[in-house]
Design a protein around this ligand. Structure first.
Ligand code: NOJ
Length: 589
């Protein structure tokens, strides 16, 4: 899918306290020929308790699709205890917080994004007790838990909807978006709005003799956010989870909470979607100004609890709209996702530079959140790879993700270079859009395959005879265990970059300056703090590039990390040589 579009807990004591300096081995360039100087002279970044509420500003978030991460009970479906089992792995990777895609009770039409109870855990994934244990065990490892808050819609099996659809007079009759039908039979949609998942966004309900609006699947009726009771009920669910220790929420499809009250027809913008529907101007159903009023009130709820934060799933047309999501007084979302950078699908240094510059200069000093991958889009190599240099391309993009000033969000399996494996037969498709849209739209199964832990049966994900989706065929070679043993693996590259981001003061929180602003091939920038400067250069082309870095030309730098090929331990910033899709991170001397 594309562009889918009580008691406050004390702050975690030393949540962002970083215990390890880089060992000489881990600070060396990945493929250097000589042993470079190390960064052991640089003190580790230590974050004081006062700063702790701002932990998210420099955080690395790791998205877990719970169905696919680790199955602990052999039923072929991942679960919460599975995540708990793998916390030591995540700690070693260096991430700060896990965002868990929905694990609430659900009929699983949209694999959890159709929620039938907001205050429990689906038995497939475990129990509330398992959840509490996960939070506690994660906390011991300084890992925070962020939940998915799906507020635009519920499942059609949610008691609220069952009640709302039972009559036109019940107490919840206006909790959803109901309208009278049109046409001779009185059952036709009131307008031409299209669901994100294909065909009319209106569904006839014979009990009420009315239609309801669904932005997504028919089984996901939209809540009526013009009703204050809906807002109150939803805000209470946030408190429920914050009371259990979660550190924040990723707000699903948050710009879509409101629709044009006059239900006017949307203007066609030319072309058709994968399901054959005309593409429509989204401005009557997406990003309406009322969303901001809700976000301001929601932020107040979050602020009742220290150190909590809101991430937004914010597919927006441009940086101006993204900027508004932070609120005029920094009083809405802390981290609306910047989808304009990582989901561009175009490997172009100039585009990346422009988007990073926009995030640097047009977000009113708010923190950007860069996202290169998630459960709704084919994985990184499928969108950016050229089939020849995929490993180098993925490593180079990881360099970008972890070395700018933005907070970083990664998707499980990115760190081992997991492939996208779409189904080859329509009868195997699990994600319903893959059946409606086949073969143009094969659905999102391809990016949701089981995590590849080792070369054993089911990739070490499960002991079941059959898992909900099969592991990708390459799991015998692309897996955590094999990559842990290979110093040049994707996994060790991710670990090295995340460790550098945490321990090198310039990379952790230094200022950002773009270098060589007109270079069409190499993206380069500098991070500078009072303890020193670090330069980053990324070759976005399949040709070797030789560049001179502006600002620091004439100076030398020692390589902290390098991908794509060999680098000497020390380089002259006048003559930086980068292999195809290679990248360097280097400390200026
Ligand atoms: C966005 C989620 O990321 C996607 O997986 C889901 O299908 C829709 N929102 C509807 O909740």
């Amino acid at each position: 899918m594309k562009n889918i579009g009580s008691k406050p807990q004390l702050p975690l004591l030393l949540a962002a306290l970083l215990l390890n300096t880089l060992s000489p081995a881990s600070a060396s360039a990945q493929t250097t020929t000589t042993s470079p100087k190390t960064t052991t002279h640089t003190p580790p970044v230590r974050v004081s308790l006062e700063q702790d509420n701002d932990w998210w500003k420099t955080a690395v978030f790791y998205e877990i699709y719970p169905r696919s991460f680790q199955d602990s009970n052999g039923d072929g479906i991942g679960d919460l205890n599975g995540i708990t089992e793998r916390l030591d792995y995540l700690k070693a990777l260096g991430i700060d917080a896990i965002w868990i895609s929905p694990m609430y009770p659900s009929p699983q039409v949209d694999f959890g994004y159709d929620i039938s109870n907001y205050e429990d855990v689906d038995p497939q994934y475990g129990t509330l007790k398992d959840f509490d244990r996960l939070v506690a065990e994660a906390k011991k490892r300084n890992i925070r838990i962020v939940l998915d808050a799906v507020m635009n819609h519920t499942s059609d099996k949610h008691p609220w909807f069952i009640e709302s659809s039972s009559s036109r007079t019940n107490p919840k009759q206006d909790w959803y978006v109901w309208v009278d039908g049109k046409g001779p039979d009185g059952k036709q949609p009131p307008n031409n709005w299209i669901s994100e998942f294909g065909h009319s966004a209106w569904q006839w309900d014979p009990k009420r003799n009315q239609l309801y609006y669904h932005k997504f699947y028919i089984q996901q009726p939209d809540l009526n956010w013009r009703n204050p009771a809906v807002e109150k009920a939803m805000f209470d669910t946030l408190r429920f989870w914050m009371d259990r220790g979660v550190s924040g929420f990723r707000l699903d499809a948050i710009p879509t909470l409101f629709e044009d009250p006059q239900l006017r027809d949307a203007a066609p913008i030319g072309g058709t979607n994968a399901y054959g529907d005309p593409k429509l101007d989204p401005s009557l159903t997406d990003n309406l100004p009322e969303v901001h009023d809700v976000l301001k009130r929601m932020r107040k709820v979050i602020n009742e609890y220290p150190g909590r934060m809101l991430i937004g799933e914010t597919y927006l047309p441009n940086i101006t709209e993204l900027s508004k999501m932070y609120g005029p007084n920094h009083d809405e979302l802390q981290l609306p996702m910047d989808m304009n950078l990582g989901i561009t699908n175009k490997l172009d240094a100039s585009i990346f530079r422009q988007k990073i510059n926009e995030a640097e200069t047009q977000l009113d000093a708010n923190t950007a959140l860069f996202v290169f991958d998630n459960h709704d889009n084919p994985r990184i190599a499928a969108r950016y790879g050229d089939g020849v240099h995929d490993d180098a391309i993925e490593k180079m993009l990881a360099t970008v993700l972890f070395t700018t000033k933005a907070a970083a969000l990664m998707y499980y399996g990115d760190e081992i270079g997991m492939p996208t494996t779409p189904p080859t037969r329509v009868e195997d498709v699990k994600d319903p859009i893959g059946r409606t849209g086949w073969p143009k739209e094969k659905g999102r199964d391809g990016e949701r395959t089981p995590m590849q832990w080792d070369a054993s049966k089911d990739a070490g994900f499960s002991t079941a005879n059959q898992t909900w989706l099969p592991a990708a065929p390459n799991y015998k070679t692309i897996n955590v265990k094999a990559e842990q043993a290979d110093p040049n693996s994707m996994l060790n590259w991710y670990k090295k970059l995340i460790a550098l981001r945490k321990t090198n003061p310039a990379l952790h929180s230094g200022n950002f300056t773009m270098l060589n602003p007109d270079d069409p091939n190499v993206l380069s920038y500098e991070r500078a703090s009072s303890s020193g400067k670090v330069v980053v250069a990324c070759n976005f082309t399949a040709q070797p590039q030789k560049i001179s870095l502006t600002g620091d030309s004439g100076r030398k730098a020692h390589i902290l990390a390098a991908s794509g090929g060999n680098q000497p331990a020390t380089i002259n910033l006048n003559e930086v040589e980068l292999p195809p899709f290679g990248s360097i991170v280097a400390a200026v001397e």
